[in-house]
Design a protein around this ligand. Sequence first.
Ligand SMILES: *Cc1c(COP(=O)(O)O)cnc(C)c1O
Length: 379
Amino acid sequence: MAAIHNVADGQQNPAAYDFRSDTVTTPTPSMLNSIMAIPTHGDDVFSEDPTTNALESFIANLTGKPAACFVLSGTMGNQLAVRAHLTQPPHSIVLDSRSHIFNYEAGGAAVLSQAQMLPVTPANGVHLTLEEVRANLVDSDDIHYAPTRLVCLENSLDGAIFPLPEIVRISDFVRKRGVKLHLDGARLWNVVAAGGGSLQEICEPFDSVSLCFSKGLGAPMGSILVGSDAFIKRVRHFRKMIGGGTRQCGVVTAPARTAVEEVFLGGKLARTHELAKRLEGVWAGYGGKLRVPCDTNMVWLDPDSVGVDPNEIEAEAKKAGLRWGFERVVIHHQICDDAITRLEGVFKQLVENARARGGVQSQRGRPAPGRYSRPDDDD
Ligand SMILES: *Cc1c(COP(=O)(O)O)cnc(C)c1O
């Protein structure tokens, strides 16, 4: 037990040196203690678990929505939202071509909701605009097309903030057409912490929002959906159907609540954003550019801008005792100061390697590692 309770100590927690994602955090002692402190356990399939019910009303209040439903993962939350908003095919969803729902949910919307996805790549490289949504949305009963019934936005996306005024323009447009608007807000906490608006302001333009407890907030697992009473009732029905209804799930929702209070309300996300800015500054000092603006806790290096070979990143990081494998650097609340210093050393080494080659990327004949490529341990 002692070892587990030391995990919040940066020096002893492997997460303190892991920049791959903000999902790698380990539960803090207070999150683990919150499970022991639960007074009574009930069955959440009967909506009788006091801890889970309290978390749902707490998040509904924080986001200014009438109702909330706990789900086991961010993917489950998004897929249930899509399923609950849609009814009878043919139908389509307009969304960002870089979004999680389009790319990283195993094609779920096609399987679970029989929906055609219409991916759009934003011309500004950061977020969709009303003009792009309008141009790609199918607002017609022409029998050749699948009418658009849902638009999904993501905030933050790759760590960049979606400006609230543009969200409001899109929302005003789709509401007039009876098209639903869902927000994948897995990292919405970071947007709020970075000054992108209050939770209530950002959630107001949407019919539904999903938020993750297990990313930047560091809870062991879980996400939540918020929306109208009727929407959440449909979500609960579909959640049961796919086996997402659970029994004494206070053991999961208690640490999720602690994560919101300790990391989000407790103001611990600000440091992760400051550290990301600091790394952006170090990279810029070498003439390096970013692929996406550094608004929150991610630094998306553009290796081409300084001739760095992306295939060298993992090996150089490993030499420095860090886990980091590709051009995205993610800062979470358990990253320690020593890890940042070491990462700055890795940046320096990568740039020196590039300069030794004359600023040209080495051609090793294999593609640079991507977000979900498996770490290649023998290399
Ligand atoms: C991680 C993530 C999800 C999915 O969360 P899981 O808990 O991994 O299923 C959804 N959307 C975004 C934007 C994410 O980053």
